[in-house]
Design a protein around this ligand. Structure first.
Ligand code: KG4
Ligand code: ZN
Length: 337
């Protein structure tokens, strides 16, 4: 089954084609990504109107290139998958209306996909090992920090999330305070490698609470308070702050994920979203799991599939495989679980 995926929830215009025959045979045929990121780097966050206009600009060329690279015409595709939320309304509209138009013209089934689930399904791309459910899903992106219980591909429960800022948002806002460009996650990760982890200690919000909830906005305030102690921010201080703040975020994410694994007695963890590209996060979770139970399988998408892309949307559609009447598909910026 050849699925064309379209992803336009934020500042990335993505299209991808997968050939999926079974859960252990999801082969990526082509994957194209255009981004308006450079236009937002200076402002410290995405400007919705600019992102939407760039989506319009890139959508057709990205689709053309994706089909060309795979060596297919639109007639060869068996189904079209599209992100219908959550995200920025203007950006989402471009992808959804394009997908509906293509589905109508070429008479193909249309499968709307929740972007957040897409992040989890990035783990199936090129995966040769059978991923067993039930699983705990940890979505750590710029807009979300959620813990899911995936009982099956169609029975998915939200068991916890953030009360305020998402993990990626915390990285981005703290990075901005440190003078880093958007998105700051990779810059904090790089600076953290050179910092002294013992110099500054930040709180680890809600680490001991018995819920699966997170709260990262206080960290930003703690960093701001720390910064005010110094007349100027030297590179050394930026590195030390980066190390400690990254450690706090990672410790909370690891603790809550293991707490969820214990509570629901699962042996699979599926991570996804931009922050799962953070190497130390993956290493720390793997290390902690080893001391808890050696038999738990942790899946983290390949780096290029952690951040937004369309292959994960096509992969999710293979498992959801629920085509919807074109008239009933519309962009939903507030979509959740
Ligand atoms: O999943 P994603 O591409 O977009 C959303 O759906 O939000 O995630 C983007 C987020 C940004 O906040 C970015 O700073 C963060 O992922 N991120 C990272 C790393 N790479 C990206 N955070 C920490 N460490 C990284 N290496
Ligand atoms: Zn995302």
């Amino acid at each position: 089954m050849k699925i064309l995926g379209i992803e336009t929830s934020c500042d990335e215009t993505g299209a991808a084609i997968i050939e999926a025959n079974s859960p252990v045979s999801i082969i990526l045929k082509s994957n194209t990504l255009a981004s308006s990121l450079s236009l937002h780097a200076k402002t410290g966050g995405v400007i919705p109107e600019i992102a939407a206009r760039q989506q319009l600009h890139y959508m057709i060329p990205v689709l053309d290139e994706t089909l060309k690279k795979a060596g297919y015409s639109a007639f060869d595709i068996d189904a079209i998958a599209v992100t219908y939320g959550p995200g920025l309304i203007g950006s989402l509209l471009v992808g959804v209306e394009t997908a509906k138009t293509l589905a109508y013209i070429y008479n193909k089934p249309l499968i709307p996909v929740n972007h957040l689930l897409g992040h989890i399904y990035a783990n199936w791309i090129g995966q040769e090992k059978e991923i067993r459910l039930p699983a705990i899903g940890l979505i750590v992106s710029g807009g979300h920090t959620d813990i899911l219980l995936l009982k099956s591909h169609t029975d998915i429960l939200l068991i916890g999330g953030t009360r305020d800022d998402a993990a990626g948002e915390a990285f981005d806002k703290i990075g901005r305070l440190l003078g880093m460009p958007y998105p700051a996650g990779p810059h904090i990760e790089a600076a953290a490698k050179k910092g002294n982890p013992k110099k500054i200690l930040f709180p680890k919000p809600m680490i001991h609470s018995n819920t699966f909830e997170f709260s990262f906005s206080g960290l930003k305030t703690a960093v701001l308070r720390e910064i005010k102690k110094y007349p100027t921010l030297t590179e050394e201080t930026i590195n030390d702050i980066s190390t400690s703040v990254q450690q706090s975020i990672i410790d909370v994410l690891v603790a809550k994920t293991i707490q969820a694994v214990k509570a629901y007695n699962v042996s699979t963890i599926l991570m996804g979203g931009g922050v799962s590209a953070n190497t130390l996060l993956g290493e720390s979770l793997r290390r902690s799991l080893k001391t808890y139970d050696e038999n738990i399988s942790l899946y983290i998408p390949k780096k290029q599939f952690c951040t937004d892309n369309a292959s994960m949307i096509a992969a999710a559609a293979f498992f959801q495989n629920k085509p919807v009447d074109l008239n009933n598909v519309s962009a939903n910026p507030e979509l959740y679980f």
